[in-house]
Design a protein around this ligand. Structure first.
Ligand SMILES: *Cc1c(COP(=O)(O)O)cnc(C)c1O
Length: 383
C-alpha cells in the first residue's frame, strides 16, 4: 500500500468546470476570475479578495503594497515554509526571526518585544499547519508599535479565531492553492483585505502596474505578470464551493489519527489552546518527545518511506538554510524552532484518506518507533 503525504481532490465537476473554460477560449482575464474573487471574499468575510499565480507572489505583492523596502526589518518565524523568508530577502528587507510556541508551532507573542528595532516595519504572522496563531496578541502588539501585520494563511484557509477567519485579522491576508493545500487551483494564491485602496494596488501590481480602465495602457508603477488564468480560477471556484465539507472531512481524519495515537508515550499531539479556535487541518503533525534526536526522526521517516508511506519533515529552520549566509538577518534565541524542527513528522493527510490507510500508517509508525528503543528517547524512558 503506497500512501502519499498529500493528494488533491479532483471531482468530475471540477473537470467539467475546467473543460467549460477551455471550450470558451477565454483563458485569461475573463468572467471566472472576478467570480472566484467574489466567492472567496464572501467566504472569508472581507471586502476584497485578489487572486494571483502563487502564494509566494501574494506575499511579495503584500510587502510591495505596504511599502516594505530595502533595509526595513520584518519579524517572522524561522519555523515556516521558505517562501516567507525568500520573499522578505527578495525585497531586500531584513528578516528578524522570532521563536515559536511549542504547542502551536506559531510565533510566540511574548518574544516580539525583544525583536523590535527602530527599523521594524511589519510582522508576518503565519498560521502554521492551519493552527491559528495568537492573532489578538500579535495584532495588538503591532498596533502599539505602528507595524503592519501580513497574515500568512496559506496553510489555514477556513481556520477561525472567535468566529473570524484567519487571513482577515491583519492588514493583508495571504492564501495559497498549491495541490497539497486544503483547496487547489493547480498553482495559485490570493490576498484578502478590507481596504479598497489596497485591493486596487494589488490588482495593479499583478498586471504590469497598469491602471484599470479607462486609462487602459497607463502604467503608474513597475508591476508583474502574476494574473491567475481562467482555467485555474474555474477549478478554484469549484473547490471553494465545497471547502466546508473538505474541512469537516479533514477534521474527522485528524480525530481518527488522534484516537489511535493519543496514548503513544513517544508522541506529542496538537491540542487546541482555546475553545474559540477552529483548526483548518493542513497535515497531521506528530512531535517526537524531547529525548529523540533528528537522526532518529529521520530513521523513522526513512523506515516509513520504505514501506510506501510518505511523511513530511517540515520545516527545516529558515535561519539555518545555506542561502542565509548571503544575507543580513537578525534573531534571538530560536531553541524551540530548532528542537521542534528536528523532532516533527507530518503524516499522510488528504480528503480521500480512509480508515484502513490511517490504521496502516499508525501501525507502521508504532513499528518504526519500536526500532528506536535501542537508542534515544524511548530507551531513556524505559531503562
Ligand atoms: C504554501 C505556502 C506558501 C506559498 O506557496 P506557493 O507555492 O508559492 O503557492 C507560503 N507560505 C506558506 C506558509 C505556505 O505553506
Amino acid at each position: 500500500m503506497r500512501i502519499p503525504l498529500a493528494k488533491p481532490e479532483i471531482l468530475e465537476s471540477d473537470i467539467a468546470a475546467v473543460v467549460e473554460v477551455l471550450r470558451s477560449s477565454r483563458l485569461s482575464q475573463g468572467p471566472v476570475m472576478p467570480a472566484f474573487e467574489e466567492a472567496l471574499a464572501t467566504y472569508l468575510g472581507v471586502s476584497h479578495a485578489v487572486v494571483v499565480n502563487s502564494g509566494t507572489s501574494a506575499l511579495q505583492l503584500a510587502l510591495r503594497t505596504l511599502g516594505i523596502k530595502e533595509g526595513d526589518e520584518v519579524i517572522l518565524p524561522s519555523f515556516s515554509f521558505m517562501a516567507v523568508t525568500n520573499t522578505v530577502l527578495n525585497e531586500r528587507a531584513i528578516p528578524v526571526f522570532v521563536d515559536i510556541r511549542p504547542n502551536t508551532f506559531n510565533i510566540d507573542p511574548a518574544k516580539l518585544g525583544a525583536a523590535l528595532s527602530a527599523r521594524t516595519k511589519a510582522i508576518i504572522m503565519v498560521h502554521t499547519f492551519g493552527y491559528p496563531a495568537q492573532a489578538d496578541e500579535i495584532v495588538d502588539f503591532a498596533r502599539r508599535h505602528s507595524l503592519y501585520v501580513i497574515e500568512d494563511a496559506c496553510e489555514a484557509i477556513g481556520a477561525e479565531i472567535n468566529g473570524r477567519k484567519t487571513g482577515t485579522l491583519g492588514d493583508i491576508g495571504i492564501f495559497a492553492f498549491y495541490p497539497n493545500k486544503q483547496m487547489t487551483t493547480g498553482e495559485g494564491g490570493a490576498l484578502a483585505t478590507h481596504s479598497a485602496t489596497t485591493a486596487e494596488a494589488l490588482r495593479r501590481l499583478r498586471n504590469q502596474g497598469r491602471q484599470p480602465s479607462p486609462e487602459w495602457f497607463q502604467h503608474i508603477e513597475t508591476g508583474y505578470s502574476y494574473r491567475l488564468s481562467e482555467i485555474n480560477c474555474a477549478l478554484g471556484l469549484q473547490q471553494l464551493s465545497r471547502i466546508e465539507q473538505t474541512l469537516s472531512r479533514r477534521e474527522a481524519l485528524a480525530r481518527s489519527y488522534e484516537n489511535r495515537l493519543r496514548s503513544n508515550g513517544s508522541l506529542t499531539l496538537y491540542t487546541k489552546e482555546s475553545k474559540d479556535e477552529r483548526v483548518s487541518w493542513f497535515t497531521y503533525p506528530v512531535l517526537l518527545t524531547k529525548g529523540f534526536h533528528q537522526q532518529e526522526r529521520d530513521d523513522i521517516w526513512e523506515r516509513l518511506k520504505q514501506t510506501g508511506i510518505e511523511c513530511g519533515r517540515y520545516f527545516p529552520p529558515a535561519h539555518l538554510q545555506p542561502v542565509m549566509r548571503d544575507f543580513p538577518f537578525r534573531c534571538g534565541d530560536l531553541s524551540e524552532t530548532v528542537s521542534i524542527a528536528e523532532r516533527l513528522l507530518c503524516l499522510p493527510f488528504f480528503n480521500s484518506l480512509d480508515e484502513n490507510q490511517i490504521e496502516h500508517v499508525c501501525a507502521s509508525l508504532n513499528e518504526a518507533l519500536s526500532h528506536q528503543t535501542s537508542s534515544g528517547g524511548v530507551a531513556q524512558a524505559t531503562s
